[in-house]
Design a protein around this ligand. Sequence first.
Ligand code: HEC
Ligand code: HEC
Ligand code: HEC
Ligand code: HEC
Ligand code: HEC
Length: 188
Amino acid sequence: MVKRIGWIAAAVITSTLAAFLFLAADLTEQQAASPQAAKQMVPDNPSEHTPPAQPIPYSHKKHLALGLDCKDCHTNPQPGKLMTFPDASKCMLCHVTVSKDKVSIEKLAEYAKSKQAIPWIRVYAVLPGVAWNHRVHLEAGVTCETCHGQVRQIEAMSELTSVTTMYSCLNCHEMNHAKTACDTCHKH
Ligand code: HEC
Ligand code: HEC
Ligand code: HEC
Ligand code: HEC
Ligand code: HEC
């Protein structure tokens, strides 16, 4: 555990610009010190959050247990606002052989063959027009799990945290001395 925290801290620090150094160390400390502290930065979603029925029953738990990393499937291209979803062809790197006779994998193979994007039902979304950007948060050293919860432990993705609410944005900005003026997130 200690080793892993050390590794995360090292990874965060080396991958972060010098300007973000203090902030990153600060955030990492809070996140590593106790899961409670990390939880407080973004509260759990108190409303009912049943996972949507997806076109293919993809499991984060199963796939992350294989040693895959978030970045293997979700990249953050310019301008950094959105994370990507993986192409079906990426899934087929394994599934050309793994479980290829299962119905779900046959469906996956069809998407890959027709080069169609898999029509995943979206889980997290902020209202259009709000200034949101993943990159600034990743560069500040905030982890995926701080905002999206214990993704490694869930079979079906659902809205585990309340990160899309204005309260959560403001709460975390206050805790980390980030900007809280209205026009930080609402441009006119
Ligand atoms: C093998 C590929 C793969 C890996 C690795 C992976 N994901 Fe995903 N992720 C997906 C796919 C496919 C979806 C869409 C289906 C779904 O929602 O389950 C998705 C959906 C999501 C969503 C929901 C997005 C939305 O709003 O609809 C989040 C959040 C997410 N992933 C976070 C993570 C995190 C955090 C990690 C690492 C701990 C991770 N993922 C690792 C493939 C992957
Ligand atoms: C690194 C290899 C690898 C990649 C990449 C991968 N998978 Fe898998 N997938 C597996 C393995 C291994 C299993 C587990 C087989 C088991 O435990 O029964 C599995 C199981 C599944 C299953 C359950 C099949 C069943 O009914 O038993 C589905 C559905 C699935 N994967 C979808 C996907 C999707 C969608 C993607 C791309 C977003 C993807 N996989 C990417 C290796 C991979
Ligand atoms: C500071 C909080 C925060 C962090 C850190 C964060 N996310 Fe998100 N994520 C969000 C919010 C908010 C949304 C909804 C944004 C929207 O409406 O497009 C989202 C949406 C997504 C989506 C759906 C596509 C998109 O961009 O809208 C995926 C996939 C995702 N996140 C994966 C990840 C992964 C993987 C990481 C870590 C590398 C990560 N997120 C880190 C808050 C965060
Ligand atoms: C887990 C903590 C956390 C959460 C949750 C969070 N933020 Fe942030 N956000 C930060 C930190 C830390 C910075 C400061 C980065 C810096 O100063 O370089 C930041 C910076 C920003 C910036 C750039 C501000 C600027 O101009 O310098 C915007 C815009 C922003 N966040 C919007 C949002 C929105 C919208 C949400 C909610 C959907 C959100 N944030 C949720 C921690 C968070
Ligand atoms: C750190 C980012 C952030 C800051 C700062 C912020 N908001 Fe918001 N605000 C949001 C987000 C995210 C939503 C959308 C929540 C959702 O999708 O449910 C929102 C929604 C709203 C809404 C309702 C939806 C709409 O757009 O009509 C109002 C009104 C609003 N904010 C006003 C304010 C005011 C006034 C301030 C300053 C006191 C402020 N906000 C500061 C992130 C922020």
